[in-house]
Design a protein around this ligand. Structure first.
Ligand SMILES: [Zn+2]
Length: 276
């Protein structure tokens, strides 16, 4: 069976277009560094196929020509872990999602070299970064009780966007416009704050996976209506409680960091619900 592998040139360009970082916005792992040997580098990144290199592989698209399959458009730079992840669950990691990751990662890399205010010698201060993160938390997904969420999809998307913003420093509105630009949590100089932001992102990811499992186990049931709206029911009394307490833990942790940074923490919970 033939495989449409990428050329070394494609691999090189795809890696450098994203600043040698994993393109999964939840990961953003650096994939390159020095070896003991002063003339060598370590590379833990791979140019992964968005649609598989060979028949039977993940997301294989029979309509593509061999040339298209080998082309740079079909490549995404990932760390080794994320490359395995996307191939283990092609239903979850769709072509569409991977293309969004690629775009997002390239945008983040461009921002990193584009905006002198961010990349100036002194760089962005920890306090400014915390102020940016506070902006990311200032949304209904962190304020309304889980049982009152207007839309489950929007809730999940809001959590995903928050993770992306904290990791990449790029905050977007729902239609994709960039609302604010800063840097990801990896750029915090205070290790203590960095560690706590890592813990917050771990909790945010836990919320997403618990939501995902609940959907798969039909503990959250979404009904689509003819007018395009949807309603849902939650068949697990502990789920809403767990969601609310986990979010409370996140907002509590972040409020403490914000206080230390002299930033006014986002006001949660808010008395009235507004739109997404
Ligand atoms: Zn990764």
């Amino acid at each position: 069976m033939s495989r449409d592998d990428f050329s070394p040139e494609v691999k090189d360009i795809i890696a450098r277009r994203v600043g040698m970082r994993c393109s999964n916005p939840n990961c953003r792992q650096s994939t390159s560094g020095p070896r003991e040997d002063p003339e060598k580098v370590i590379n833990i990144g791979v140019a992964a196929h968005i649609t598989a290199a060979a028949k039977g592989g993940p997301r294989y698209n029979a309509k593509l020509t061999s040339r298209e399959r080998r082309s740079i458009e079909n490549a995404i730079w990932l760390c080794q872990n994320c490359a395995k992840l996307i191939d283990n669950d092609p239903k979850l990691y769709t072509v569409d999602l991977l293309q969004r990751w690629k775009k997002l990662s390239e945008d983040a890399a461009r921002l990193a070299i584009d905006s002198p205010s961010v990349e100036s010698k002194t760089g962005i201060s920890d306090e400014e970064l915390i102020r940016f993160f506070a902006q990311c938390f200032d949304r209904p997904a962190f304020q309304d009780p889980f049982m009152q969420e207007g839309s489950m999809e929007a809730f999940d998307k809001a959590i995903e966007d928050t993770i992306t913003a904290i990791n990449t420093g790029c905050l977007r509105s729902r239609d994709g416009t960039i609302l604010a630009q800063a840097k990801g949590k990896a750029f915090l100089r205070k290790k203590n704050w960095r560690d706590r932001m890592d813990a917050i992102v771990d909790l945010l990811r836990a919320i997403r996976s618990r939501y995902d499992i609940a959907r798969k186990m039909k503990l959250i049931h979404v009904s689509e209506h003819q007018d395009g709206s949807s309603s849902y029911s939650i068949n697990d009394p502990f789920l809403a409680k767990w969601m609310d307490s986990t979010r409370a833990q996140i907002t509590q942790m972040f409020s403490e960091i914000a206080k230390e940074a002299g930033v006014i923490p986002p006001g949660f919970p808010r008395p009235y619900r507004s739109h997404w």
